[in-house]
Write a protein that binds this ligand. Structure first.
Ligand code: ATP
Length: 210
């Protein structure tokens, strides 16, 4: 098996920036499957935002045409702050030891990776696919740079411990921008999948007075 990709996020809502980068990584690494992991979010009182079920529904709609792409409810069902190491432990137990798992990370996230909870353990569970703009390597502290050079060195296997920089199409889209646009009465066409745009309208998501 070539491997399974894992992309975590709030996905409030999932947009073409997420989808295109996931596709670029899946394509570059010939991944067999991609798992989207929406994170648990505390309810913010001041921002109209989608519920857990609505965020899950939007991810499902967005990836409906991709046969081997799926959504994991594990962080949402676990509730509270969720650690990537727990999510990956669960997935590793499900898929066994012989399947490469690739955790997709934006450049910014990678730069802070060495401050993540039990980050060394993450590298025993998964490889990292660091999504970069073509020709722009991530910067960061010395520890991050060393990690980039060495990966886990001799500990690395096909299944975990490797770090690869994967160039992705950079689309200047953010969920924040989409929520604001909808709030101001603009449709999010061509920023999200059409089914997600329809869903946002039907559910009255991100509107001013909600
Ligand atoms: P928000 O604006 O609400 O902070 P977001 O658009 O950044 O949301 P998240 O759900 O927080 O989306 O992002 C999940 C993951 O997707 C993160 O790793 C983030 O780096 C990545 N990501 C977000 N937007 C893009 C984009 N336009 N292109 C590529 N990756 C993206």
């Amino acid at each position: 098996m070539a491997g399974i990709g894992v992309l975590g996020g709030t996905f409030d809502p999932i947009h073409l920036g997420h989808l295109r980068s996931a596709w670029d990584v899946a394509d570059a690494l010939s991944l067999d499957a991609m798992q989207f992991v929406p994170s648990y979010l505390p309810v913010h009182r001041d921002t109209p935002q989608a519920s857990v079920d609505q965020r899950l529904a939007m991810v499902r709609l967005a990836i409906a045409d991709m046969p081997n792409w799926s959504v994991s409810e594990c962080e949402i069902r676990r509730g509270g702050p969720s650690y990537t190491v727990d999510t990956l432990t669960l997935l590793r137990n499900q898929v066994g030891l012989d399947v490469p798992i690739w955790l997709l990370l934006g450049s910014d996230a990678f730069e802070g990776f060495v401050r993540w909870h039990r980050w060394q353990e993450i590298l025993t569970l998964a490889n990292l696919a660091v999504m970069v703009r073509a020709g722009v390597p991530p910067v960061g502290c010395i520890e991050t740079q060393r990690l980039l050079l060495d990966g886990q060195g001799e500990l690395a296997s096909d299944c975990a411990g490797q770090i690869k920089l994967v160039p992705v199409t950079v689309l200047g889209i953010s969920a924040t921008q989409i929520r604001e646009a909808v709030r101001e009465g603009h449709a999010p066409h061509f920023l999200v999948m059409p089914a997600v745009s329809d869903y946002i309208r039907q559910q009255g998501l991100y509107q001013k007075d909600k």
